[in-house]
Design a protein around this ligand. Structure first.
Ligand SMILES: C[S@@+](CC[C@H](N)C(=O)[O-])C[C@H]1O[C@@H](n2cnc3c(N)ncnc32)[C@H](O)[C@@H]1O
Length: 255
C-alpha cells in the first residue's frame, strides 16, 4: 500500500504554535523532512525510529534541490511510508508547499496539507502589531523581498495598494526594501517595524519610520529571519502592554 505525504506548517518559531493536527501526524511519521526555520523541538514529536532528513540550508552547505526533496518524499511514500514535510509557518505562504503538493499529485501519492501559523501574521502580532485594526488598517498584503532578486516589481506593485504591508525575507535587505517603498510612493514618515526570530526566546524588534528603519535595525544588529511591517498599525506596538508578559528584551527599542 502507498503511504502519504503530510505538508505540515510548523508555525513561526514557538513549538507550541503547532496545530493539534500537525502534532497528530508528526506522531505517526516514518520520515520527517524538515526545513531550517521549522521549530527544531517539533522533531521530538516524531517516533524515535523515524528517519529525519534535513532539507534546510546550512552555512557552507547547499540545500537539496526542490526536485530532490520532491523525489525523496514521493519515493518514501510510494514505499508505504508516512512522510511529514515539516516547514516553518504555513506551507503555502512562500513555502513551496504548492509545488510539493503538485509533485505528489503527479506521482499519484496521497497528500494532506496541515496549515500552520504564518510568521506573516504571528511575527507582527508577537511585537504587538495587529495586521488589521479598525480605523488604522483594513487591508494588508504579504510580499517577499526576494522573489525578483531584491526589492522589485512585486513590492512596487503593492507598495501603496494596501494599508499594511508585510514583507518576508527582508532581514538582509531592509534598506533596499524601504528605499523601494518610498520610491513607489509610500510615506517615509510612516511607522515601520522589523521583528526578528518572532515567537522565540531570541525575538527582538525595532520600531521606527520607513525612512529610518534601515539605520535603526542596523544599529541594533537585526537581521534574518525577520518580518518587516509598514503601516499605521505599527503605531500600536507602542501600546502593546496587553502582550502577555513579553520577555524583557523583546521590545528592544523604539526610536
Ligand atoms: C521562506 S519564508 C517562509 C514563510 C513561512 N512559510 C511562513 O508562513 O511563515 C521565510 C521568511 O519568513 C519569515 N520568518 C519565518 N519565521 C520567522 C520568525 N520566527 N521571525 C521573523 N520572521 C520569520 C522571514 O521573513 C523569513 O525570511
Amino acid at each position: 500500500v502507498s503511504g502519504i505525504v503530510y505538508l505540515v506548517g510548523g508555525g513561526p518559531g514557538d513549538p507550541r504554535l503547532l496545530t493539534l493536527r500537525g502534532a497528530e501526524v508528526l506522531r505517526t511519521a516514518d520520515v520527517v523532512v524538515y526545513d531550517r526555520l521549522a521549530p527544531a523541538a517539533l522533531l521530538d514529536l516524531a517516533p524515535a525510529r523515524a528517519e529525519l532528513v534535513d532539507a534546510g540550508k546550512a552555512p557552507g552547505r547547499a540545500s537539496p534541490s526542490q526536485d530532490a526533496i520532491n523525489a525523496l518524499m514521493v519515493s518514501r511514500a510510494k514505499a508505504g511510508r508516512t512522510v511529514v514535510r515539516l516547514k516553518g509557518g504555513d506551507p503555502f505562504v512562500f513555502g513551496r508547499g504548492g509545488e510539493e503538493a503538485l509533485a505528489c499529485a503527479r506521482a499519484a501519492v496521497a497528500c494532506e496539507v496541515v496549515p500552520g501559523v504564518s510568521a506573516a501574521i504571528a511575527g507582527p502580532a508577537s511585537a504587538g502589531i495587529p495586521v488589521t485594526h479598525r480605523g488604522l488598517g483594513t487591508t494588508f498584503a504579504v510580499v517577499t523581498a526576494t522573489a525578483s532578486g531584491g526589492a522589485g516589481p512585486d513590492l512596487r506593485r503593492v507598495a501603496t495598494a494596501v494599508d499594511t504591508l508585510v514583507v518576508l525575507m527582508a532581514g538582509n535587505r531592509v534598506d533596499e526594501v524601504c528605499e523601494e517603498l518610498v520610491a513607489a510612493g509610500r510615506d517615509p514618515e510612516e511607522p515601520a517595524a522589523l521583528v526578528q526570530w518572532a515567537t522565540t526566546p531570541a525575538q527582538r524588534s525595532v520600531v521606527s519610520s520607513v525612512r529610518d528603519l534601515p539605520q535603526v535595525s542596523k544599529r541594533h544588529g537585526l537581521g534574518p529571519p525577520a518580518v518587516l511591517v509598514v503601516g499605521r498599525v505599527v503605531g500600536l506596538a507602542h501600546a502593546a502592554e496587553w502582550l502577555a508578559a513579553p520577555p524583557l528584551d523583546r521590545a528592544l527599542s523604539s526610536s
